[in-house]
Design a protein around this ligand. Structure first.
Ligand SMILES: [Zn+2]
Length: 143
């Protein structure tokens, strides 16, 4: 990774797309489908990040199920300083924990919304941020 004179990363971090447990998650996102693992045995949702076995009953069988993409803000923070130079053009920006309607909690950003307008409990829905290599799930306010 390239670094500036102070040793800070000059490029944004990228997701590791080849992790076996998470590979279907990233592939589904590229088709603009937000999905989560559901246990084939106890039928409970796994949560995030993707895992090799059910966190509830330890079963190894699961399926990827599509989510509504809707949820509510559980918590959020606003960044007004770019601790990594590559984020200089993004400040101020928020980092938010989103509780999905189906039960998972995702770390993401609310886009198209000033950080001071992001509120706990605010209803949001997924939007997809495409890049050549991968797609990220971001969120926007439901008005
Ligand atoms: Zn289970």
């Amino acid at each position: 990774m390239s670094k500036d004179e102070r040793g800070r990363a000059t490029r944004r971090g990228q997701p590791y797309l080849e992790e076996p447990e998470a590979k279907p998650f990233w592939a589904n996102l590229q088709e603009h489908k937000l999905t989560q693992q559901r246990c084939s045995s106890c039928k409970k949702m796994f949560g995030f990040p993707p895992q090799a076995l059910c966190p509830h009953c330890l079963a190894l069988e699961f399926e990827w199920v599509p989510l509504s993409g809707k949820g509510k803000i559980y918590s959020h923070i606003a960044y007004h300083r770019a601790w990594i130079p590559s984020y200089q053009d993004k400040i101020p920006y928020n980092v938010s924990l989103v509780d999905l309607d189906e039960g998972g909690r995702l770390l993401s950003n609310v886009v198209d919304c000033p950080p001071e307008d992001v509120k706990i409990g605010m209803a949001v829905e997924v939007v997809y941020e495409d890049s050549p290599e991968y797609t990220l799930p971001k969120f926007r306010r439901i008005k």
